[in-house]
Design a protein. Structure first.
Length: 286
């Protein structure tokens, strides 16, 4: 039996990944984190969605562990650059995905789960360095060495933009779940329902989602008049590419080298790799 643990926030991306996991694994569980986020309403939505999907869901509280982000310090401007890194958006939470994945790996290990599913994406995102595939591959190697197990982190959205993510949800038969029940807006606003979901266009999370929905409709339903009819503003901020200006060449070379050799050798893990059934991972086929 194949088992997976989904990092689940109740947002568009993680909910799409939850349903992707249900189609690709026999047994799925979900794990969320309450870390003081401004948009904590996402966890309320996550609880409802997990119940609808019939997936066991647990929320872990991380009091005062994360900080220095407009997502956590509510008086900060969500659209301003990060104070410690001008090339990153103010919503960047230092170490968030690293900590989430580390805790998830420990949680999964104790339940005999070695496949983790996350909604990280480096194609259409807000400039977070811990959403890139090179980070995910590095983490896979590190956590496998640390546990002597062959951990795999599946990121089915890694090379998709938001329009593609809407299309995947449609193909999975859960587009209405995404539109009606998920929450992405950084300010936690669910007072306005738009064709693309709930939120306001005063933060990059909602703007990305709205632009993605417009593109999804144009590309996949061109015969229908499905425009939101709303101008989507672009608020000035740090260029999302600037954060990749450091030595990307060496990182790419390291990732290529890793692709050509097993992430963890049987000698290091002390465990046979065929103990877990292989599951198709779109990351490797794109």
């Amino acid at each position: 039996m194949t088992k997976a643990l989904v990092l689940f926030s109740g947002g568009q991306d993680s909910t799409t990944c939850l349903y992707w996991a249900l189609q690709n694994f026999d047994d799925v569980a979900a794990l969320g984190f309450d870390y003081g986020q401004k948009h904590r309403v996402e966890l309320e939505q996550a609880t409802k969605i997990a119940e609808m999907a019939g997936v066991p869901f647990e929320i872990l509280t991380l009091d005062h562990l994360l900080g220095n982000s407009a997502l956590l310090q509510h008086d900060r401007d969500i659209n301003a650059p990060h104070p410690q890194a001008a090339g990153l958006p103010g919503a960047f939470v230092p170490g968030r995905n690293l900590i989430f994945l580390s805790i998830a790996a420990s949680y999964a290990f104790n339940r005999g789960i070695f496949d983790i599913v996350g909604g990280m994406c480096q194609t259409d995102y807000s400039g977070y360095p811990d959403c890139r595939r090179v980070f995910i591959e590095s983490f896979e190697t590190t956590i496998s060495l640390a546990t002597m197990q062959d951990f795999r982190v599946h990121t089915p959205l890694m090379y998709m933009n938001k329009a593609d993510t809407f299309k995947l949800a449609e193909d999975l038969g859960v587009l209405e779940v995404i539109l009606e029940h998920t929450h992405t807006d950084y300010n936690g606003d669910r007072s306005e329902r738009h064709p693309w979901g709930y939120g306001k266009l005063d933060n990059e999370a909602s703007r990305l989602r709205a632009r993605g929905y417009e593109e999804f409709r144009r590309r996949y339903h061109p015969a229908e008049d499905l425009s939101t009819g709303t101008d989507i503003p672009t608020i000035g901020g740090p260029a999302t590419i600037e954060m990749m200006a450091f030595d990307v060449g060496s990182l790419a070379a390291a990732a290529a080298a890793r692709e050509s050799s097993p992430s963890v050798s049987p000698e290091l893990t002390g465990a046979a790799t065929d103990e877990h059934e292989a599951v198709p991972d779109p990351d490797k086929s794109n």
